[in-house]
Ligand binder design. Structure first.
Ligand SMILES: [Zn+2]
Length: 183
């Protein structure tokens, strides 16, 4: 549990769920690496972190979305040389929103659900980093981008064999906005 400033209580992932989350991140990075032809060494150029609720600052928490993506001009812990590319994305998972959605849909399993969310967020990160999409898009562009990212996520994940993925894909076929972007 995590108690907010307003006194509201937010559920955090259990230790077992954190382990499954790590597994989900591995699966998603493999899928994205294959699709966008990113080698292990190239991944280092994509600077991002994936954090769950227990590690978030108050400002990084929302009750309105499964995740928030924050864009920083520079990684807080890495010093960059003048010409180096320093853009850094922090994917902030909102455990309490995710767990709440899962409670209302008993046929959803945690691992495929997290693979969907992480794959979706990494597609955003790659598209921002490659300037296919601007982080500071208009509302209309953002909705279009969201539809493109959902459709690619559905396409990539419909090809993998993972127990419970079918139910997850069905759930997200109806969801439009997955996350909030904070610049
Ligand atoms: Zn999205």
């Amino acid at each position: 549990m995590r108690t907010g400033k307003e006194g509201n209580i937010r559920k955090v992932f259990s230790t077992d769920q954190i382990l499954e989350l790590d597994h989900a991140i591995e699966i998603s990075e493999d899928i994205i690496g294959d699709h966008f032809k990113i080698s292990t060494s190239q991944w280092k150029r994509y600077r991002y972190d994936i954090k769950s609720l227990r590690d978030l600052q108050e400002a990084e928490i929302t009750d309105e979305a499964f995740a928030q993506i924050l864009r920083y001009a520079q990684h807080p812990n890495i010093r960059m040389r003048g010409s180096e590319w320093g853009e850094y994305f922090k994917i902030c998972l909102q455990d309490h929103v995710i767990l709440r959605a899962m409670e209302t849909q008993p046929d959803l399993l945690f691992l495929p659900f997290m693979v969907y969310i992480i794959t979706h967020e990494l597609i955003h990160v790659v598209r921002f980093a490659r300037f296919v999409q601007s982080f500071y898009a208009s509302e209309r562009e953002r909705l279009q981008e969201e539809a493109v990212v959902h459709s690619l996520t559905q396409d990539l994940l419909s090809r993998i064999k993972l127990s419970g993925m079918k139910e997850t894909l069905h759930f997200f076929s109806k969801v439009v906005q997955m996350e909030i972007f904070l610049g």
